[in-house]
Design a protein around this ligand. Structure first.
Ligand code: SF4
Ligand code: SF4
Length: 113
């Protein structure tokens, strides 16, 4: 079992995936091993924790990622809504991913698709 934490865009997570009123896409991709979840050897992938970036303008995102990393997870994925549908204008997702990875020792994957 691969245990995943999702770090999400607060703006979207509170109102649902872009184009929908429901927060579903990250769960669908993880549960069905689609997109960036395809690479995992484990048969089952479980989203065991989620956290938001802390809201605009993203000043808490690293701290939020560090909190998420404490939840007994194997990897963090940045949510689809953080970069693929409407790219966050406040921080560089690749730089922040690397910073969280360095601070937690947990792999941080940018996106789900
Ligand atoms: S992309 Fe993921 S975190 Fe963002 S609203 Fe959809 S399911 Fe929720
Ligand atoms: S800082 Fe970026 S990721 Fe966070 S709520 Fe605002 S737009 Fe979304």
């Amino acid at each position: 079992m691969k245990k995943i934490g999702i770090l999400a865009c607060e703006k979207f997570m509170l109102r649902g995936c872009p184009g929908s009123d429901v927060c579903w896409k990250c769960f669908d991709y993880a549960t069905n091993k689609k997109g960036k979840f395809e690479v995992y050897e484990e048969k089952n992938i479980q989203v065991v924790a989620m956290a938001t970036c802390g809201g605009c303008p993203g000043v808490r995102v690293v701290k939020q990622g560090m909190m998420l990393a404490k939840q007994n997870i194997d990897a963090i994925h940045f949510s689809g809504c953080m970069l693929q549908d409407v790219k966050c204008p406040y921080f560089d997702v690749n730089e922040i991913a690397k910073e969280i990875e360095n601070k937690t020792g947990i792999p941080v994957i940018v996106g789900i698709e």
